[in-house]
Design a protein around this ligand. Structure first.
Ligand code: ZN
Length: 72
């Protein structure tokens, strides 16, 4: 049985930018980062693969918003 925990994902910045250091977590415990990312995606967090493999990179809504025109 997996132990639920308050996992955190940290922003790695836009593809060509610096990490901004933002962090996010869920309001309730999750067991995997995949589940956490799925939940945070609704809030604008994005996950991408590092070219050539390696750890996944996360970007917060602020950083993902910088790469596309945002007129809201
Ligand atoms: Zn960010």
């Amino acid at each position: 049985m997996a132990t639920a925990a308050y996992l955190v994902i940290r922003c790695d910045g836009p593809p060509d930018g610096e990490p901004c250091g933002a962090e996010t977590h869920t309001p309730h415990p999750v067991t995997t980062h995949s589940e956490l990312r799925r939940i945070r995606r609704a809030d604008g967090w994005r996950t991408r693969r590092r070219p050539g493999g390696g750890p996944l990179l996360d970007a917060c809504p602020d950083c993902t918003g910088r790469t596309r025109s945002h007129t809201a």
